[in-house]
Ligand binder design. Structure first.
Ligand code: SF4
Ligand code: SF4
Length: 288
């Protein structure tokens, strides 16, 4: 949900990941039909040029309004003369309450996009939010938005159990960006949140974060061996209705990702998933 500014300003002590502090903001999900691999730091010089032009030429662009492309939108530009904030020039908060986003043909997509990082961040309490926001201290909006450069955006998809464990391990004292990367960069450099977030959370619950920090390779080997054994056992025909997409079952999102991306199990009954979870948790008990 690329910002139009005021909507995302801090309310009370809670912060918004999209617009955390008035000095920078995120525009990563804009346009919503973008290439998912594209990064906010790609073609940086060209982006700066275009964001300036879009701000300057907005009235003319509106008159010649055309549909947007996946790699750009004529409504996306610098929101302020200092060029600190980047967002939607067509957003109601930029236009005395009038929503002009329909001119691009994608108003509902623009208004409805909310990334998983923003959802996870919104569920943290203000103290945790400030702890994690410290990682992006001093960044401009391009680097803040970047999923390549911003460690905050890399750690959030790991979800609450891992985020809580790191917070407590550091006794709530914010870390400098480089210290955080050198201590916790293995989460995104060596592990994969889609496969590992739920397992890591369960292991941390039992043995603490230290066992993973001390030996990420051991965790990785454990997950690989576990998934390869389970893959051989899973018999899709043995399932009984009702069979649902696993993300619709009452299980944590992180566990549904492990089923999908680790075991290629996209649909299953609650009973089958419950049994599988039991088997995995028995293995977790033997982790050390
Ligand atoms: S990518 Fe996420 S954090 Fe960034 S503007 Fe969109 S919803 Fe907000
Ligand atoms: S209309 Fe606004 S929110 Fe939608 S793609 Fe363009 S700049 Fe982004």
């Amino acid at each position: 949900m690329t910002v139009g500014a005021r909507k995302h300003e801090n309310s009370g002590r809670f912060s918004s990941l999209c617009f955390p502090d008035g000095k920078k903001n995120c525009f990563y999900c804009c346009p919503p039909i973008r290439d998912p691999e594209a990064d906010s730091l790609d073609q940086l010089a060209e982006k700066i040029r275009i964001f300036r032009l879009n701000r300057r030429n907005l009235p003319g662009n509106r008159q010649n309004a055309g549909e947007i492309r996946g790699d750009s939108c004529w409504g996306l530009g610098f929101l302020d003369a200092e060029e600190k904030l980047i967002g939607c020039l067509l957003h109601p908060h930029q236009n005395q309450g009038v929503d002009l986003r329909h001119a691009t043909g994608y108003r509902s997509k623009c208004a409805g996009t909310l990334c998983q990082e923003a959802v996870v961040f919104s569920r943290l309490n203000p103290v945790r939010q400030q702890f994690y926001l410290a990682l992006s201290e001093g960044m401009d909006s391009f680097h803040y938005s970047s999923r390549r450069a911003n460690p905050l955006m890399k750690i959030l998809p790991w979800g609450a159990p891992v985020l809580e464990a790191i917070f407590f391990f550091e006794q709530g004292r914010p870390l400098a960006r480089m210290d955080f990367i050198s201590r916790y960069g293995f989460f995104w450099n060596e592990l994969n949140y889609r496969l590992d977030a739920w397992l890591a959370g369960e292991i941390i619950k039992r043995y603490g974060l230290k066992v993973i920090i001390a030996n990420p390779r051991k965790f990785l080997d454990f997950r690989r061996r576990l998934l390869s054994r389970l893959q051989q056992k899973i018999n899709k025909k043995a399932d009984n209705p009702p069979i649902l997409p696993v993300h619709q079952l009452s299980i944590p999102l992180e566990f549904s990702r492990l089923l999908k991306f680790g075991l290629n199990l996209w649909e299953a009954s609650a009973v089958k998933v419950g049994k599988l979870q039991e088997v995995i948790l028995q293995e977790v008990e033997r982790f050390t």
